[in-house]
Design a protein around this ligand. Structure first.
Ligand SMILES: Cc1cc2nc3c(=O)[nH]c(=O)nc-3n(C[C@H](O)[C@H](O)[C@H](O)COP(=O)(O)OP(=O)(O)OC[C@H]3O[C@@H](n4cnc5c(N)ncnc54)[C@H](O)[C@@H]3O)c2cc1C
Length: 422
């Protein structure tokens, strides 16, 4: 079958890789000059099965309210005259009950766990280099109430097969000695040895190269402008995608099936077809610093629960990522939010990095209110979705790609997940 994949972030690239493996003739359309130039470019780099917790949870509404208008808040909702943003907010609140949270954790965890095994298999098969570390992920807490409240989540994860164990403050320091400068502030943590980290951008670029060698056509600097349809109701089908290339030339490309992996831009792109995706961009930031003293920077990947920041060691770089701003599709850098990352990183690891050489970046997480992505068939028979992975796109990326390839091929994926339209 001829399949066109729209978007070449981690989701589109993994989809293309597995579609090619399933025997399809695959073309990828990407508006940037290469793979992984948007949200997959400089994210937190954690493959964090243990962090399969949606932002929507029973404590979220009060926290979001408290943070309203606070420029350096970890999650900042800036109200805009946009219907999608308001509707998204209402749906987010509905996902904050204990029952919905437990369901959403189970869904995210199932896909994340499947994906961890899949990325390990891809790594073994392809040998892609992406500063991968298999040293686990540790949440650490500086607030006793947060620490005590987290044990329920850790127990649930462990009961679902993800070994996230509570540990004392001393164990936190034993596992990651570089945290010693803030030892007095840490009240405890939890540790999941099976989690991993690695540079999502380098992995995706490597996978795109391998996919191209295997026969996938990548059309970079080519923007999809609209999908063309014929028929109506259950007989509706996509006949082609209109694209414009770097020279300004319009063209219609035809295929038997289409997979949408356009991150946050999937929602406005599909709206004219009557397909309403509840995906809204949550702008996040990262800062990357050159490491000067290797042993003063962490090797175990960290989640600073109080500040909602993640830390990942990428060879001779340290990446700090986090914060969220619900404020439309712009990616301009807010220096207050950038500086927050540097201040916290420097406080934790004062001698580790050259703090005067930050590389700041922002990206748009394609968020659904539940953090459960759309993976599966849309209401148009030959139009498929692999999009909306929010905070966990790198964690769920390879598994989602493998799953969508199975679905396009008419097979049931090997993971128990609430696939769209199945
Ligand atoms: C600060 C931050 C930290 C994060 N940390 C982590 C983490 O530690 N672990 C984790 O699992 N996840 C993390 N994430 C989330 C993760 O980065 C995303 O979920 C993931 O990158 C989304 O991938 P994607 O392929 O859906 O989107 P993208 O990477 O944005 O890819 C979509 C692609 O579609 C293309 N496109 C869009 N419109 C068009 C068009 N009209 N025509 C052609 N091409 C188009 C874009 O150019 C883009 O390349 C983080 C995100 C942020 C912002």
């Amino acid at each position: 079958m001829k399949v066109i994949v729209l978007g070449s972030g981690i989701l589109g690239t993994a989809s293309a890789w597995f579609l090619n493996k399933s025997g399809h003739d695959v073309t990828v359309i990407e508006r940037q000059p290469g793979a992984a130039q948007e949200t997959t470019f400089a994210n937190g780099c954690q493959i964090s099965v243990s962090h399969s917790e949606p932002w929507s949870n029973p404590s979220a509404p009060m926290k979001v309210l408290k943070w309203l208008g606070q420029e350096d808040a970890p999650l900042l909702y800036r109200f805009r005259p946009e219907w999608l943003q308001w509707e998204w907010g209402v749906r987010f609140l509905r996902e904050c009950t204990a029952a919905r949270t437990a369901y959403n954790i189970r869904q995210c965890l199932a896909m994340a766990d499947f994906s961890l095994k899949t990325v390990q298999a891809v790594r073994a098969e392809t040998g892609i280099e992406y500063d991968c570390l298999t040293r686990g992920i540790m949440h650490f807490f500086t607030d006793r109430q947060d620490f005590e409240a987290s044990s329920k989540g850790a127990q649930l994860m462990t009961s679902l097969g993800c070994p996230r164990h509570m540990i004392s403050a001393d164990e936190v320091i034993r596992l990651e000695p570089s945290l010693a400068p803030i030892k007095d502030k840490i009240v405890g943590g939890d540790y999941t040895p099976t989690d991993e980290t690695g540079d999502a951008h380098n992995f995706t670029v490597g996978l795109a190269q391998k996919a191209a060698e295997a026969g996938v056509e990548f059309r970079y600097s080519t923007t999809a402008t609209r999908l063309l349809t014929e028929g109506a109701g259950s007989a509706a089908k996509i006949t082609g995608v209109e694209v414009i290339d770097a020279t300004g030339k319009y063209q219609v490309l035809q295929a038997d099936a289409f997979v949408v992996s356009m991150g946050s831009f999937a929602a406005p792109f599909l709206k004219p077809l009557g397909i309403k995706l509840m995906i809204y961009p949550a702008k996040g930031y990262s800062a990357t610093f050159p490491v000067l003293k290797p042993d003063a920077a962490p090797y175990v990947s960290l989640i600073d629960v109080a500040k909602k920041l993640v830390f990942a060691r990428l060879g001779d770089r340290l990446r700090v990522g986090g914060t969220a701003e619900m404020n439309g599709y712009g990616r301009e850098l807010n220096m207050v939010r950038c500086e927050q990352l540097k201040i916290r990183a420097r406080e934790m690891f004062p001698d580790a990095c050259d703090w005067d050489q930050p590389n700041y970046w922002s990206g748009l997480r394609p968020m659904t209110p539940s953090n459960i992505p759309y993976i599966g068939r849309s209401k148009i028979g030959n139009l498929f979705l692999n999009v909306g992975h929010g905070t966990l796109g790198w964690t769920m990326g390879c598994g989602s790609g493998r799953a969508i390839a199975d679905i396009v091929s008419g097979q049931r994926p090997e993971v128990n997940f609430a696939f769209t339209g199945l």
